[in-house]
Design a protein. Structure first.
Length: 273
């Protein structure tokens, strides 16, 4: 699963506009001055208010600049590295994965990833997500791909006869101070990750995300993914810890549908050498 072609394309600015990430250097100092109150904001109905712009800061490969948070590498029992999504593939899925590479990544055609409603860790370079909370809905906006998800939280049943989508159909409820988001009805055309990491799933994907505002400036996200068609057992996603950003609106991070042809061209050039 080679990643050099896609990495080169991203590095040279051919894939996505850097409007959002260009902001990081200028605002990392402001992030350090963010309020440090431990009080959790609450809505009129008493639930934690998750509203705000959330990010990991200007972190790359686990190196975090001022104002961002990143969780240490996840470990399983006995200190062993926690399993990845693809390490849980069935033999058939693992065989299929070997036939794919970064150039097959649906993200090159501006298809958003299935995992991560906020998509804050998409490229590990401080991408941003925004939450807008109302009494009936929690709305999650993603700077990458300019996508969104509307999550009912007022006790209504899941919708019937809804076409499948890359992000799935979501419904939420509160368990104490934790927002639990249950997602089903996915297409099989997106991947779990981006950046050329082969991570296809099936239309049987079932995802449960848990959001908890730890204090005024910290949001924790946990998730479990099940996919009986391609996984041998559920994947428990390593916890993500996000920081309240020092700005109150996300920006446009444009994606070009011409990326696929650019990567194919880079592949041909590499093969010719």
């Amino acid at each position: 699963m080679k990643r050099s072609i896609l990495t080169a394309a991203v590095a040279t600015g051919l894939v996505w506009s850097t409007a959002g990430t260009a902001r990081l250097a200028a605002q990392s100092g402001a992030a350090a001055k963010a309020a440090t109150s431990s009080a959790i904001p609450r809505t009129a109905d008493g639930h934690p208010d998750l509203s705000g712009v959330w990010w990991r800061g200007a972190d790359v490969g686990g190196r975090t600049a001022s104002g961002g948070s990143v969780t240490a590498p996840a470990r399983g029992p006995g200190g062993a590295p926690a399993p990845t999504f693809t390490s849980l593939y069935t033999p058939a899925a693992a065989a299929k994965a070997k036939t794919l590479s970064d150039k097959d990544d649906p993200a090159l055609g501006c298809t958003n990833t299935a995992f991560g409603t906020l998509n804050v860790s998409l490229f590990d370079v401080g991408a941003v997500g925004q939450i807008v909370q109302t009494p009936k809905f929690v709305i999650m906006l993603t700077e990458t791909y300019n996508s969104f998800q509307i999550i009912p939280i007022d006790g209504r049943p899941r919708r019937d006869a809804v076409p499948p989508s890359n992000r799935g159909d979501a419904i939420g409820h509160w368990e104490g101070d934790t927002l639990v988001v249950d997602k089903t009805n996915f297409t099989d055309t997106s991947w779990i990750y981006a950046e050329g990491r082969v991570s296809f799933h099936s239309d049987a994907l079932h995802m449960v995300e848990r959001y908890r505002r730890v204090d005024a400036n910290t949001l924790e996200i946990e998730a479990t993914l099940e996919d009986p068609k391609v996984l041998t057992k559920p994947w428990v996603v390593p916890k993500q810890t996000l920081t309240l950003a020092p700005f109150d609106q996300i920006m446009e991070l444009a994606c070009s549908n011409e990326t696929q042809s650019l990567v194919e061209g880079a592949s041909k050039q590499a093969s010719a050498k």
